[in-house]
Ligand binder design. Structure first.
Ligand SMILES: Cc1cc2nc3c(=O)[nH]c(=O)nc-3n(C[C@H](O)[C@H](O)[C@H](O)COP(=O)(O)O)c2cc1C
Length: 321
């Protein structure tokens, strides 16, 4: 179907003013718009709150929360590569108790949706974090990080095995009725298998992609540039991997797909939406420009006006070929 056939008002004539509907439903949650900021790149929101009006975003995905506080991995844990960023942060976070005490109240007061990114080394760890936050009043939703390449146990070990993805998803599903997103690893042969496992176990949505395992070496020093030697690659370099993942996942499951990986501009986000994403997240781009997610949102809205696309969910139907 051509763009104009899909979106023109009956009668054929373009009507003014045209106000696209940017809202997106993810499980029980309705996001005001499809643009969120990705876990680990926006803290818990407070660092940027003085600079930006976070409440205009669709969703804030927090930095990972684990049961115990984690100092993270030794430095250096960031290295720039051509068109990408390697990180081996290792889920540094204050732990569940301090999160509930120091971060949760401000998150709960936000008008934009707040989803807590949850990580752990065992299934029980994930359940304990979600149960703890639920007992403290809850948030809008949870994003299970079963895909971190930077921790020795848990993390990616979960995310590459469909049976473990199913187990952790169904265990957390029993602990909350709120929106549950499972964040998938691209470090697999066929990402559709873990997406189907998450869907079958009760996830409301999947997000893809987390970082790709990567390594960079300082040739002069003859040393790996990260203390952990390998890390997770993000940024523009990973976008084609993310777009292909979303394209394939969205044709394999019925639940919404949240696309991320290398989104720097609205056009990048539109690639994901055309590929089949229902919503997007902006990650590494925020380090270069704290306003990146806001520019992406403005650009998507402008594109929808220009092409007279009524709803965000209409965009995925507009991919030709
Ligand atoms: C410094 C850094 C820290 C991250 N921390 C987390 C995290 O705690 N939990 C998580 O699920 N993903 C984490 N990620 C992955 C991002 O959320 C995202 O999936 C990935 O970077 C790809 O998107 P991007 O290219 O837009 O950054 C982190 C990424 C970076 C660069």
């Amino acid at each position: 179907m051509g763009l104009n056939e899909a979106t023109r008002a009956p009668g054929g004539a373009a009507q003014e003013p045209f106000a696209p509907d940017l809202s997106v439903r993810i499980g029980p949650l309705v996001l005001a718009n499809p643009v969120g900021v990705a876990s680990g790149t926006f803290g818990y929101g407070e660092e940027y709150a003085a600079l930006l009006d976070l409440d205009t975003l669709g969703a804030l995905y927090t930095k990972a929360v684990t049961v115990e506080p984690r100092a993270g991995n030794p430095a250096p844990r960031l290295a720039e590569t051509p068109s990408g960023l390697l990180n081996s942060i290792g889920l540094a976070n204050p732990g569940l108790e301090a999160f509930i005490r120091d971060k949760l109240p401000a998150l709960r007061a936000r008008r934009c949706a707040a989803l807590v990114n949850v990580a752990g080394a065992t299934v029980d760890d994930y359940v304990r974090v979600v149960e703890g936050i639920e007992a403290a009043g809850g948030v809008d939703g949870y994003e299970l990080n079963v895909s971190c390449p930077n921790v020795k146990s848990g993390g990616m070990a979960f995310g590459t095995d469909p049976a473990l993805v199913a187990l952790v998803t169904e265990s957390v599903r029993r602990a909350t009725k709120r929106t549950l997103v499972v964040k998938l690893s691209p470090n697999v042969t066929d990402i559709r298998e873990t997406a189907r496992a998450a869907e079958g176990a009760g996830a409301d949505a999947v997000s893809a992609i987390n970082t790709l395992v990567g390594m960079a070496i300082d040739v002069k020093a003859r040393r790996p540039r990260l203390a952990m030697k390998t890390g997770g690659l993000s940024g523009p370099a990973v976008k084609p991997v993310g777009v292909a993942a979303v394209y394939r996942i969205s044709r394999a499951v019925k639940i919404p797909v949240i696309g991320l990986g290398g989104i720097m501009t609205a056009e990048d986000a539109l690639e994901y939406l055309l590929a089949g994403a229902d919503a997007v997240q902006v990650g590494t781009a925020t380090f270069a420009d704290p306003g990146a997610a806001f520019h992406v949102l403005e650009g998507i809205e402008a594109w929808m006006r220009e092409h007279r696309v009524a709803r965000v969910s209409d965009i995925k139907g507009l991919l030709e070929g």
